[in-house]
Each structure stands twice: as C-alpha cells, then as structure tokens.
Design a protein around this ligand. Structure first.
Ligand code: NAD
Length: 277
C-alpha cells in the first residue's frame, strides 16, 4: 500500500501530507466516502463544525475498523464560537465521538469582529487540556498572525489557506515559513469552482508526459511544494486518482512552468471577507 509522506510540525508532531477534504459532504454522504477513502489508504480527514458533518465523520470512523491512533483528524472553530472555544471543541468532540482531535484550527480570523487573538488564547488552553494535540489557524494574513503573536508565544503549527496554481500565495507562504508555520492548501484543485484543466491548458502537456491526469499533476505540484493537501471527492475513481500521486515526480522545468501559471486569482473568499457568524 502507498505510504503517504508526513510533514513535521513545529510542536514535534507530524501530519500525513495527503488527506481527504469533506466540505459539502453531509452527515450521511460522508460515511461511505470516508470508508472508501480509508480502504484506499487515506488516514487524514479534514472537517469543520460549519460543514455540519462531524457526526457523520465520527460514525464513519467508529465503524471503519481503523484504529484511532492511525488516523489524523482535523476540525475547526467557527466564527461565532471565537469567545467560547472550549465549549465549541467539546461539542465538536461529542459529535465526532472522540476524546481529542489531532489538529484544531481557528477557521477564519473573523476580521470584522477582531476576536482572533481572544480565540487563540483559548486554543492554547485547549491544547494544554489535551482536547487537541496541535493547534493552528486558517485564512490568516500576516496581520492576523501578528495579532495572536501579541498575546501568546505559542505559534500556530499550520495556516490552512486557499492555494492552487491560479493562486499560489508565494508571499504568504514565505511569511509562514519564516514563522515556522506549515501551510495547508484548501481548494487544491480549484475548490470545485473552476476547472484547472480548462483554465490552464498548459497543464495537459505535463500530464501527458507522465501518463497522469491534470488533477494528479496539480496535486503532485502541491506535494513537491511541501504543502499539505486534502482534495475532496465523493467518487470512488477520483478518490483513487487523487491518492495515486506518489509514483511520479515533476522535474524542475515542470515545477517552474506551473509556478509561472500563477494569476493571484482567488476562487474563494478573501480573509477580510470571511465574516459570517
Ligand atoms: P478541491 O479543490 O478539493 O475541489 C473539490 C472538487 O474538485 C470536487 O467537488 C470535484 O468537483 C472536483 N474534483 C475532485 N477530484 C477530482 C478529480 N480527480 N478530477 C476532477 N475533478 C475532481 O476543493 P475543496 O473541497 O474546497 O477543498 C478541499 C478541502 O479543503 C475541503 O473539502 C475542506 O475540507 C477544506 N476547505 C477549507 C476551507 C477553509 O476555509 N479552511 C475552505 C474550503 C475548503
């Protein structure tokens, strides 16, 4: 079976570099998808309170036959829970049927409310209580990282941000690297909003040279950039396709050609605008 590489985090733990995203899968649909993914070899699952599927994720784990210690589970603190993070994670754990998650993320900085730093102080307590082994953030810009650094010496291990060939985020990734923060790419295939194969026809030649599909080349690009990914699919063939990216590599010319495709073009929401409660 394929062994997924692990990425070392600044708190001494490590995370499988490839996992399964679950955005838009509900409590029922997520169960067979996770079972299929675990059979293929996925061991890392990314969920969030706002995806409203934590109960389904929990049921899928409980009935999978895979040992809890072999799994890496991430969930996230929603905006309207910034001031009550402890009760929010307790409710998430209850739905997941777990006593801890491997990674808990502040989902958005909730820029308009300015509550990220207060949320982070509670995240540190949550880690100390053992409810989350590691803690990090999502959709944070340097200004938000500065805000939490002003109240705590504990640095997030991860910043989960939108990254794909159309939006490569070189500057923010460099800033995270400088601070010892690893980057997870959300929407690694374009968030389901755009087809990268159609937007970037240049990818087809690289895919053809390797006998791979365009999504496989894009996912491989993330892997070789050192990014952590969890593409989402509900379809067996695509789950397999997205996992089958460890038997080839992109050469320096191909990596540079993909880097040159950046358009600084978001398909998702800007961190200043992720203000839903
Ligand atoms: P994605 O880039 O993983 O795209 C998913 C879509 O791409 C699927 O719905 C499907 O339409 C298509 N797809 C998947 N595999 C394919 C294949 N092999 N061939 C062709 N099409 C394929 O987008 P995503 O789901 O938004 O991102 C991945 C995960 O990141 C999410 O499921 C979620 O867990 C997380 N996420 C986090 C945030 C955040 O704010 N932190 C935001 C969005 C997503």
């Amino acid at each position: 079976m394929t062994t997924v590489p692990r990425i070392q985090l600044s708190d001494g733990t490590s995370i499988p570099q490839l996992g399964l995203g679950t955005y838009k899968l509900d409590d029922d649909t997520v169960i067979p998808v996770i079972h299929e993914a675990l059979e293929i070899g996925y061991r890392h699952i990314d969920t969030a309170k706002i995806y409203r599927n934590e109960s389904g994720v929990g049921r899928a784990i409980a009935t999978s036959g895979v040992a809890r210690d072999d799994l890496y589970i991430t969930t996230k603190l929603w905006n309207d829970d910034h001031l009550q993070a402890r009760s929010a994670i307790e409710a998430s754990l209850e739905r997941l049927g777990l006593d801890h998650v491997d990674l808990y993320l502040v989902h958005w900085p909730f820029h308009s409310a300015g509550t990220a730093a207060r949320a982070w102080e509670q995240m540190v307590e949550i880690r100390e209580a053992g409810l989350a082994t590691s803690i990090g953030v999502s959709n944070f810009l340097p200004e938000h990282l500065d805000a939490i650094a002003a109240v705590s010496d504990v640095v997030p291990v991860i910043n989960q941000i939108e990254v794909h060939p159309l939006l490569q985020q070189a500057e923010l990734r460099a800033e995270c690297a400088k601070r010892g923060i690893r980057v997870e790419s959300w929407g690694p295939l374009g968030h389901g909003s755009v087809s990268l194969a159609e937007e970037l026809p240049q990818l087809a030649a690289i895919a053809e040279a390797h006998g791979k599909s365009v999504p496989q080349v894009v996912l491989r690009w993330h892997i070789e950039e050192g990014l952590i990914i969890f593409p989402k699919s509900a379809h067996s063939a695509r789950l397999r396709e997205n996992f089958d990216i460890f038997d080839f590599s992109l050469n320096a010319t191909e990596m540079d050609a993909i880097r040159a495709l950046n358009q600084d073009r978001r398909v998702g929401v800007h961190p200043h605008e992720g203000n839903w409660s």
